[in-house]
Ligand binder design. Structure first.
Ligand SMILES: [Fe+2]
Length: 389
């Protein structure tokens, strides 16, 4: 039991869940007062024809729309600026993001630039801009990021090869649509990567020094859902029950980390993902076992809860042995879902390790990590990751 401390919990997003619920996007935007919407998405979503029913709902609600479909896998500042120009030129009064984390984060950033002078890089960190952004509504097409209910937006700064994180409760979407039918064409590799992201959010929030009784409950349900449904979802993304469960796990992870914050996995995953062009969920997934082993001694009971949540039971007489079961459960998930990266042909220099570790610590995300972490610690965890191959 951790010491009781004061906290605030705030989650203003209206969540609409259900197979086919995205056909109600138009009515939601109209209720929010939107008349001209900028739809922020990516080309893959357009190709998969995920826009069609939603566009029909916009027409039905009498809302004109314009599509900006140029967001890439890692939302870049240049694409955000392009979307922002379009929003201003067409005087769109509301934003609709349809996609995964990059798309949702790009829409949040476009919303910030609609009402704040910029540049975007000035807003890195918590509560760095003054004016409430243009309202956004988010339709999730992946189950992992939880950006549809999160205070954060991560944008890739191409010039610095750096992921900047902008955080404010003002940019959280007004409404989030979780429609399992939109996930049925998810490539299994993406289903696996995003699922590991969803798990890593809850895992970091659960062991965080800022965890609360509300975030703990959200995390424990995330572990149960991921343990029960991630493999099933990866095996068949058209399995509506599994997709729905993973969407819920994903949102719960973000609803937890909004308050509880994250830890060294995300602090390390951002520079790792940026340097090696890894999907964010893959970067988090491969880091998890190493970071968990490092953190284990700080809060073994918490990791026992993780193991019980993921696998339903835990064996062993010694506390640390039972806590280790959480690491093994995550390693089994990674192996079963094929989340792995082979670094054996990559030259890893001490200089690179040092740079990655400096970037890790500059994020500040390690501040809520359950165990204090030094640069040498981070370098050692990266060494273990790269050795593993
Ligand atoms: Fe994440």
């Amino acid at each position: 039991m951790r010491p009781m401390r004061d906290f605030d919990y705030y989650m203003p997003t209206k969540i609409r869940f259900g197979p086919g619920v995205s056909s109600k996007v138009g009515e939601e935007l109209r209720a929010l007062g939107g008349k001209r919407v900028l739809v922020v998405t990516d080309a893959g979503i357009v190709r998969a024809k995920l826009l069609e029913d939603i566009a029909a709902s916009l027409d039905k609600a009498g809302i004109s729309h314009l599509v900006f479909d140029e967001v890439e896998a890692n939302a870049t500042i240049s694409k955000v600026l392009k979307g922002s120009e379009l929003q201003k030129k067409m005087e769109c009064d509301i934003l609709l993001s349809i996609g995964g984390g990059s798309v949702m984060d790009a829409a949040k950033a476009i919303g910030i630039l609609a009402t704040n002078p910029g540049p975007l890089t000035d807003y890195e960190g918590p509560e760095k801009y003054d004016n409430p952004p243009l309202p956004t509504v988010a339709v999730a097409t992946t189950a992992g990021t939880g950006s549809e209910v999160s205070f954060g937006a991560v944008v890739f700064d191409e010039e610095r090869c750096y992921k900047l994180s902008i955080r404010s409760a003002m940019q959280i979407p007004k409404a989030a649509f979780l429609d399992p039918l939109l996930l049925k064409t998810t490539p299994p590799r993406l289903a696996a990567a995003t699922g590991m992201d969803a798990l890593s959010h809850a895992l970091e929030a659960y062991v965080s020094q800022s965890s609360t009784f509300i975030t703990d409950a959200l995390c424990r349900e995330n572990f149960r859902l991921v343990g029960r449904y991630l493999r099933r979802f990866v095996a068949d993304p058209s399995d509506t029950e599994a997709a729905g469960a993973m969407l819920q796990a994903s949102s719960m992870g973000a609803m937890a980390f909004n308050t509880a914050r994250l830890g060294i996995v995300h602090a390390m995953a951002h520079p790792l993902g940026a340097r090696f062009s890894l999907h964010h969920g893959v970067a988090c997934g491969i880091l998890l076992p190493h970071a968990m082993r490092f953190n284990l001694m700080a809060c073994p009971q918490r990791y026992i809860d993780v193991a019980v949540g993921l696998e339903g039971y835990v064996q062993g007489h010694l506390e640390m042995g039972r806590a280790c079961c959480a690491v093994e459960a995550v390693e089994r998930l990674l192996a079963d879902t094929g989340v792995q990266v082979d670094f054996s042909s990559t030259e890893i220099t001490e200089e690179l390790l040092s740079t990655l570790s400096d970037e890790t610590l500059s994020s500040g995300m390690q501040r809520t990590n359950p165990r204090a972490v030094t640069k040498e610690d981070v370098m050692n965890i990266f060494r273990l990751l790269f050795q593993k191959g």
